[in-house]
Design a protein around this ligand. Structure first.
Ligand code: GUN
Ligand code: ZN
Length: 444
């Protein structure tokens, strides 16, 4: 290690949440500096402030990357994604359970081939960076090797990600099934290999209640007690046929959430995707146990699963941490901007509304908190890791035209969320290193 700190700085319009805009007024919740400077030292944010005053803290040798007219934001956090489903994104015409048998399982069978898994992992991480996503919570597949491929690629890029091997011991093709014992052993071996290595964390990953026996769910909870800093990651109440199926598979439980509750899989550090059809009592229980939810709007509309209601989530007796997930490959875009747009539309269809800062929070600090990594990433604050996305509001003729007419940062963010995509990402930084830069050609 060099004794001289490695220092860089980014200049532009700095915008970041530091509190939840659902709970605090935006002038307290949002950092908004028109001409700002973010100074990074050895991968960590050392200063953030107005350019005029903050530039005094950098010497003339520090490289300042200047992005005039662009927003410097914390990198996006994808709170629920399946890296292995990248090759089957946009598979046509069906609903969850049929989609799983028709497309998902045959696709995931290919991941026993580690070379194939490595190729998909490489494309997946390239695509994350192209979209300004710097952290994810990801499903791999049932195969250990597919999980190694995921972590190897993340490690090479020094990204703060969480992932895990899928657990499935029933209602799945034999080629994709493990057992209570092999699922436990393989997960434990992967935890010992990857959890806490650099910026990586492991997620114990029972796919969903229909594909795990009660024994496997309990074994997953045992593993979580042995490794309590791991995340638990699963799906819940996404689709009504699924909810009814769980009722027949677990007749002694009071409902879908109770299956996980009884097994010991709820609590801080547990992240459940969807929750579209959770009842008010179940949402109260999610809140009471400090379990997090991942809202996946492009997936829910694509599979016709239903409309997630923030009003119902906000009505729970206590606060629920919610992140925003692309849920690739049921979701239709890697872009958290596009996912914000769909979240807005889903809220509109539930006769509700979300403002730009609420959407932006979900894709950054809200997601980081939901995944338990909010102390490291998700906002532009001194001491946090320097993962950034630089957003260009002129990345298409229409965006440029509309952006010339905005009168506030909030309006600019809203316009970007509604119409932006990967072309709006001018650059992505991981731990202070430029990891992706849009070529001029792709911005046209
Ligand atoms: N429920 C169980 N498995 C899956 C999956 O792969 N995708 C989605 N969207 N829901 C699931
Ligand atoms: Zn999913």
């Amino acid at each position: 290690m060099s004794l001289v700190p490695h220092r860089i700085a980014l200049r532009g319009h700095v915008v970041s949440c530091r509190l939840d805009p659902r709970l605090f007024p935006s002038n307290e919740a949002v950092i908004d500096i028109d001409d700002g400077l973010v100074v990074v030292e050895d991968g960590v944010i050392a200063a953030v402030g107005p350019y005029d005053s903050t530039r005094l803290s950098v010497d003339s040798t520090t490289h300042v990357a200047h992005y005039p007219g662009s927003l410097i934001s914390p990198g996006f956090v994808d709170a629920h994604v399946h890296y292995a489903q990248t090759p089957m994104i946009a598979s046509h015409g069906t609903t969850l359970l049929d989609w799983l048998t028709r497309y998902t399982f045959p696709n995931e069978e290919r991941f026993s081939d580690v070379a194939y898994a490595r190729g998909v992992a490489k494309f997946f991480f390239d695509e994350l960076l192209r979209n300004g996503t710097t952290s994810v919570l990801a499903f791999c597949t049932v195969f250990r090797e597919s999980t190694d491929a995921f972590f190897e690629e993340a490690s090479r890029r020094n990204m703060r990600v969480i992932g895990g091997k899928v657990l499935m011991d029933r209602n799945a093709p034999p080629t994709l099934s493990d057992t209570v014992q092999s699922g436990y052993d393989d997960s434990k071996a992967l935890i010992e290999r990857w959890h806490g290595k650099g910026r990586l964390r492991y997620a114990i990953t029972p796919r969903f209640a229909p594909t795990s026996s009660e024994g496997q769910l309990r074994s997953a909870a045992t593993l979580w007690r042995e490794f309590p800093t791991c995340v638990v990651h699963s799906h819940v109440s996404e689709n009504l046929d699924e909810v009814n199926w769980v009722r027949t598979l677990f007749p002694h439980r009071s409902g879908y959430l109770d299956v996980y509750d009884d097994a010991g899989l709820l609590g801080r550090g547990s992240v459940l995707a969807h929750g579209v059809h959770l009842t008010s009592d179940e949402l109260d229980r999610v809140a009471e146990t400090s379990t997090s939810l991942a809202h996946c709007p492009t997936s829910n509309t694509f599979l016709g699963s239903g409309l997630f209601s923030f009003d119902r989530v906000n009505a729970a007796r206590q606060h629920i941490d919610v992140g925003l997930g692309t849920d690739i490959g049921a979701g239709t875009s890697f872009s958290l901007l596009a996912t914000m747009a769909e979240a807005y539309k889903v809220a509109a269809l539930t006769e509700s509304s979300m403002d730009a800062y609420e959407l932006f929070y979900l894709a950054t600090l809200g997601g980081a908190r939901a995944l338990g990594i909010g102390e490291f990433v998700g906002s532009l604050e001194v001491g946090k890791e320097a993962d950034f996305v630089v957003l260009d509001p002129r990345s298409s003729p229409l965006l440029a035209y509309r952006s010339e007419r905005v009168s506030s940062t909030e309006e600019q963010l809203f316009v970007l969320a509604m119409m932006g995509d990967y072309r709006s990402v001018a650059a992505t930084y991981i731990a202070g290193e430029l990891s992706y830069e849009r070529s001029v050609a792709s911005s046209e």
